[in-house]
Design a protein around this ligand. Structure first.
Ligand code: ADP
Length: 478
């Protein structure tokens, strides 16, 4: 067996303890997959209000942790638990004033909260006398730890030479703050070209200081080195392109498995798809649509955000509902920006009897939509990795996606789904029309595509192999 590594995970959110998006899923799932490969993985996150007010299986531990900042040592509490169904330890940094708040983010002092978090997490490894072989930090919130390790940390024997991996989940949030934060952390360094005068940009710092940088799909890794996709950091990313990698997120197969998913009306698998029909009928019933098996049921589940391609969706749905590709039904489940909700509500009332819009967030209902539909739409403007298309494939709903970011890496044209490139209504419609044409005229190919999607490997085990390789490169660089 390959050498076992001590890996420290730093993340602002870890499912199930705190989650606002894909970051939480990665931080909750990847450590378990790495642990199964024999690594000693430990996770550290802040103790938010739900931890402070008592979380089953999470207990305070009796360590003395004093976190040095410019105005003195801050005595800090630590809670400990394990990731679900695993023995992976997770520690929670309990600084009441900073983290015991109703929301995870959105406070004026966020940069200070996460700077403290990073410094405290590293200090905790010294208190526990556990020196990681590699520190894996996620998004800007965990970047201050990388910056500290690369600068002030170099003069501490416990921290000297620890390599780091920095994963970008969302380049749009960069964590900008004024330069005084380096006094707070006791860091002396120079400014980066990407930083305005007197400003620190923690996302840029993570990219600059980490031994290895990655993002959550190979295509997105390339896209962010361009001025269109780089959110102002493309120059820096190009500078680091030999250390910039893309590793697809996995899907939690314990949660997303049509053979065992209890949220479905009927379970099924690739060898026996009968259950799909039953789910479809329940779904049609709930959506007030005729119970028909002979026409394509098209679905969309999405945050209703401009990133998701909704500006090219309205007219396409209108064409679809007017039978320009043959008879079809459409169901959308989503919530978000008001004008997109209104768009779907209007379309649904105009095309009632053919289409339904569920404008809320309903995690219990989403599996029924994946399991009961034939086609799943994801026309995203940009998509770092994307989960919806992976779930759709796994549940036998054939994806029609724009070939950007992780969508380009996971959906293969004509093999596991249908793709289009140009961000336009015409290109989207052309792809959807083509998919429906195959649905109607070539059932055999249709079933092969469905089968290919259901059996494709998007497991965390596979992602973990990729990360294992990054850790090795990071260690080798030091
Ligand atoms: P993002 O993280 O950018 O929203 P992803 O495709 O990575 O996009 O993940 C979206 C996840 O959220 C999928 O699991 C999808 O099923 C789920 N989801 C999105 N909107 C809803 C909703 N309204 N109700 C239930 N689940 C939703």
């Amino acid at each position: 067996m390959a050498q076992s590594l001590k890996i420290l995970f730093l993340s602002a959110e870890v499912t199930p303890f705190a989650k606002t998006g894909g970051l939480g899923d990665v931080s909750g799932s990847l450590p378990i997959a790495l642990r199964a490969m024999g690594h000693d993985v430990r996770v550290i996150m802040p103790a938010y209000q739900n931890i402070e007010s008592g979380y089953p299986g999470v207990e305070p531990i009796p360590v003395r942790l004093d976190v040095p900042v410019n105005f003195g040592d801050i005595p800090t509490g630590v809670f400990q638990g394990t990731l679900p169904n695993s023995d992976v330890p997770i520690y929670f940094i309990a600084e009441w004033h900073l983290f015991n708040r109703p929301d995870l983010y959105g406070y004026w002092d966020d940069p200070y909260r996460f700077a403290f978090f990073g410094r405290a997490a590293l200090a905790l490894t010294a208190v526990l006398d556990w020196r990681p072989d590699v520190v894996h930090a996620h998004d800007w919130h965990a970047a201050p730890a990388i910056t500290w390790l690369a600068t002030a940390g170099q003069s501490h024997p416990h921290f000297q030479g620890i390599p780091t991996v920095f994963t970008i989940h969302n380049l749009a949030h960069q964590g900008k703050v004024s330069w005084e934060i380096f006094d707070y952390l006791g860091i002396q360094t120079h400014s980066l070209v990407e930083e305005a005068y007197g400003e620190v940009n923690f996302m840029a710092r993570g990219i600059y200081h980490a031994s290895i940088v990655n993002t959550v799909s190979p295509t997105y890794a390339r896209e962010i080195t361009t001025s269109d996709g780089g959110a102002g950091l493309d120059g820096l990313l190009r500078h680091r392109q030999y250390d910039l990698h893309g590793i697809l997120n996995g899907l939690d197969y314990d949660v997303w498995n049509p053979a065992t998913d209890r949220r479905l009306a009927a379970n099924y698998d690739v060898d026996d798809m009968n259950g799909r029909r039953h789910n479809r009928h329940i779904l049609q019933e709930k959506a007030n649509l005729p119970l028909r098996d002979d026409i394509p049921l098209v679905a969309m589940i999405s945050r209703l955000d401009w990133q998701k391609g909704l500006d090219i969706t309205g007219r396409v749905i209108h064409l679809l509902m007017n039978n320009f590709a043959g008879d079809a039904q459409f169901i959308v489940l989503g919530t978000g920006e008001r004008h997109y909700e209104q768009m779907f509500a209007r379309l649904a009332s105009y095309h009632s009897g053919k289409m339904a819009a569920f404008l809320d967030y309903n995690a219990g209902f989403a599996p029924m939509v994946y399991a009961g539909s034939d086609l799943f739409l994801m026309p995203s403007l940009f998509e770092p990795c994307g989960l919806g298309q992976l779930i759709a494939m796994r549940y036998g709903s054939v994806p029609v996606v724009r070939a950007t970011g992780g969508l380009a890496d996971t959906v293969q044209e004509g093999i596991t789904g249908f793709t289009f490139n140009h961000y336009s209504e015409d290109a989207f419609w052309h792809a959807l029309q083509g998919a429906i044409h195959i649905y109607y005229t070539d059932k055999e190919s249709w079933h092969v595509i469905q089968h290919n999607g259901m059996t494709a490997d998007f497991s965390w085990q596979r992602s973990a192999q990729g990360y294992r390789q990054l850790y090795e490169w990071a260690v080798a660089k030091k």
